[in-house]
Design a protein around this ligand. Structure first.
Ligand SMILES: [Zn+2]
Length: 540
């Protein structure tokens, strides 16, 4: 044997076990006392042995960028906002853009919403650009708006908006990617990290220095995943530029990456054909394609989630759907016929329905196959559409860190904007798992914190938003399965990964502390080792 891990604990039994690796595969698992000899021995010190995590929805380029930005997740009042921004500004060169992320919509206090004046009050002598926690909105200060030439407003495509104030000037709030890009392209990344999110290529032709910088950013993100026990990731945004960067990085990647290409309705025929051709490209090293990503809507906090039956505060508004029914059915049918897997962002119950309709159209046109098309998020779904997930063989890709009240997210304004009538089927992991719909977990990092152990805590500890609402908590074993076997299944890799079985790839982690206590405390367990195909890619 090449390697044996001795003195580990099995989950959930807690028995003393060992695992041996030969040629990157699990060659033996059994009682520690019977462990075979090996060239190398790792003493697990009594830590729990688990299959490594699959992160089913992540944004590596944006995440790598965020590692160098100001994290505002913990800010919830004006004083802490001011001190966080001013302290971070001291680390920057004069005039350099101050970029923050993970900002809650009510980061300045309950009932508030940031605007450029609030940002100016903290930092006015340099441009400031702060992304909301869901990456669907951003706030810019006056200096940044002036630099972008949008202080007096700008035309943006439907679904996005430079929000205007009663004074005829921009408030500083930018809703959805196309509006956010107007400022983001001026930040140090040049917007190259986010253009894939809106289905475009970076502006201009990035030079060699930019490409090198961008590859380093992506690689840094991949190592961050390895550090958290993740050996496979689905990078939920992709364009031809990223495909090029990842392909050049393929032999250096510490983890497996799947890169879907992002299709939008406004792309012309040639671009769609180029993206589909890229998605059909063969795997290179640890890099795989084979997928299409689309966005059907936005999020509740900006009233851009596409809903059935309007918003409680505006029943006539149902939120924009980002792809028309005809175009979506056409794109789904085309991608499905090309043998590709489709993943679509759907937060509003209307968006989930629209995606199901498109998948149904593709199935009618092309006939049923093992397509494993996915819906990303499913923040809300109607009672009527829940069984359609199962009937159409659709996969659920969900994020236990996303419900308001989880992972430090405040309940408001989200749950009021969403409306009480939608709460009983909001983020319905337990319902979805119980009806047999394949379920995989992820964090959408940098939208939410990356740590899978923290995410498992959120899956187990979630509280109903009001008395009488259904309990959507998951048991530890089910939550772990969604992070391992579930993720492998969504990635067509269930025969290669996701379980500690002989013949599977030796993607294995060790965890110290108590996994069961994660239900109470997010810090009850901690990662100590990540192995990908028997290779140590991270060790505490
Ligand atoms: Zn995402």
């Amino acid at each position: 044997m090449d390697l044996v891990i001795r003195n580990a604990r099995s989950f959930p039994e807690g028995a003393a076990v060992a695992l041996a690796v030969q040629d990157g595969l699990i060659a033996w698992v059994g009682p520690d006392a019977e462990a075979p000899a090996a060239a190398r021995v790792i003493d697990a010190g009594g830590d729990t042995l688990l299959p490594a995590f699959t992160e089913s929805h992540v944004h590596l380029f944006l995440g790598g960028t965020a590692l160098g930005q100001l994290n505002l997740a913990a800010v919830s009042d004006t004083a802490s906002f001011h001190s966080a921004l001013r302290r971070f500004a001291e680390t920057l060169a004069p005039g350099e853009f101050l970029c923050g992320y993970a900002a809650n919509y009510e980061m300045l206090g309950p009932g508030t919403r940031p605007d450029r004046h609030a940002l100016d009050a903290a930092v006015a002598d340099r441009p400031v650009f702060i992304t909301s926690t869901d990456y669907h909105a951003a706030w810019a200060n006056t200096a940044a708006l002036q630099l972008a030439g949008i202080l007096s407003g700008a035309e943006t495509p439907p679904g996005s908006e430079v929000v205007m104030g009663p004074d005829g000037l921009a408030t500083g709030e930018l809703r959805e990617g196309a509006a956010m890009e107007l400022v983001r392209r001026l930040t140090p990344t040049g917007g190259r990290d986010s253009t894939a999110m809106i289905g475009q290529e970076p502006p201009g032709t990035p030079d060699a220095a930019m490409r090198a910088r961008d590859k380093a950013t992506i690689l840094r993100a991949c190592h961050e995943l390895a550090r958290h026990g993740i050996t496979s990731a689905v990078n939920m945004d992709g364009n031809l530029y990223q495909a090029g960067l990842f392909t050049e990085l393929a032999e250096e990647l510490p983890i497996r990456v799947k890169l879907p290409m992002n299709l939008t309705e406004d792309q012309d025929k040639a671009r769609v054909a180029a993206l589909i051709a890229q998605a059909q490209a063969a795997p290179v090293g640890l890099l795989e394609f084979g997928m299409i990503k689309m966005f059907m809507d936005g999020v509740y906090d900006t009233w851009t989630a596409h809903v059935v039956g309007g918003y409680p505060d505006d029943p006539a508004h149902d939120g924009p759907r980002l792809i028309s029914a005809t175009a979506f059915a056409r794109l789904c049918t085309m991608a499905d016929a090309a043998g590709l897997q489709i993943a679509v962002h759907a937060v509003g119950d209307g968006a989930v329905r629209a995606v199901l309709d498109g998948y149904q159209a593709a199935r009618t046109a092309n006939g049923p196959r093992d397509s494993r098309h996915r819906i990303e998020h499913i923040d809300t779904i109607t009672e009527a559409d829940l069984p359609r997930l199962r009937d159409l063989g659709v996969m659920a890709s969900m994020q236990p860190v996303h419900p308001p009240g989880s992972a430090g997210l405040p309940l408001e304004p989200t749950i009021s904007i969403m409306g009480r009538a939608r709460w009983p089927t909001a983020f319905p992991w337990a319902r979805i798992a119980a009806q047999g719909t394949p379920l995989a977990f992820g964090t959408d990092w940098p939208v939410s914190p990356l740590d899978p152990l923290h995410c498992l805590h959120c899956a187990m500890a979630r509280r109903p938003w009001a008395p009488g609402m259904p309990d959507q908590r998951l048991h530890l074993a089910d939550a772990l399965a969604a992070y391992s076997a579930g993720g492998a299944y969504l990635g067509f890799a269930e025969n290669r990964r996701g379980q500690l079985r002989v013949g599977m790839q030796a993607d294995v982690i060790l965890v110290t502390g108590s996994l069961t206590a994660l239900a109470e405390r997010a810090d009850a367990a901690r990662l100590t080792l990540t192995l990908r195909e028997g290779e140590v890619i991270w060790q505490a």
